[in-house]
Ligand binder design. Structure first.
Ligand code: UDP
Ligand code: MG
Length: 149
């Protein structure tokens, strides 16, 4: 089983899309293992997006991510890092297929409503940055044998 870090960004929260996004991960069969609703500091966002520090949009991105609440979550499931990225769609909503979260629910690359880890290594680092170990809950959903062979 893998874990990934998924966050509804401030624009997704303001637009009332938290429920829709949670619904898609739940219905796929993934398991929620942690969630918190918070307003992150610009400093925290600078750590989160450190690998983008040389990009021209880095400062604006970190500022916007700290202007409102975020729904930060950890989801678990087989191959979830890759499958989560497929569910998100492309970074630019204009390139995202209908059926994906970004392809269905947003328009602009700078307001693309959701974050998802892109590699297992980054997922681990992001989960560590956003959550303490004791905030992650382990349990076995009753649907487990109906989801996995
Ligand atoms: N972003 C942006 N302009 C760009 C590229 C990215 O504003 O030209 C923002 C966008 O919100 C994106 C985030 O920076 O989600 C992080 O970029 P990354 O390339 O990691 O895309 P993601 O992993 O979110 O698909
Ligand atoms: Mg990324």
């Amino acid at each position: 089983m893998e874990r990934t870090f998924i966050a509804v960004k401030p624009d997704g929260v303001q637009r009332g899309l938290c429920g829709e996004i949670i619904k898609r991960f739940e219905q796929r069969g993934f398991r929620l293992v942690a969630a918190k609703f918070l307003q992150a500091s610009e400093d925290h966002m600078k750590k989160h997006y450190l690998d983008l520090k040389d990009k021209p949009f880095y400062n604006g991105l970190c500022k916007y991510m700290s202007t409102g609440p975020i729904l930060a979550m950890v989801w678990e499931g087989q191959n979830i890092v890759k499958l989560g990225r497929v569910m998100l769609g492309e970074t630019n909503p204009a390139d995202s297929k209908p059926g994906s979260i970004r392809g269905d629910l947003c328009i602009d690359i700078g307001r693309n409503i959701i974050h998802g880890s892109d590699t297992l290594e980054n997922a681990k680092a992001e989960i560590d940055l956003w959550f303490k170990a004791e905030e992650l809950v382990s349990y076995t959903p009753c649907a487990q044998p109906w989801l996995y062979e």
